[in-house]
Design a protein around this ligand. Sequence first.
Ligand SMILES: [Zn+2]
Length: 63
Amino acid sequence: MWVLDPEKVDRAIEIIRRYEAHHPTTEGGAHVAWTCPGCSEEVDEGFEICWNCHTPHAHETTP
Ligand SMILES: [Zn+2]
C-alpha cells in the first residue's frame, strides 16, 4: 500500500515546482513560442532561428 508521508509530499511538491520553474510546460500543446530578442516577433519553438530576422534562439541553459 502506498502511504504518503506529509513531509515527503511537501518535498515532492517542492521538487516538482523547481522542475517546472526550469522546464515550463504549456497546457495542451507541445510547442512553446519564444519571443525573438532581435525583433520581438513570436517564433514557434520548432524553429531555432527567428523566421523574421534570423536571430538564433537564446536558450536559457548556458554551459
Ligand atoms: Zn527576429
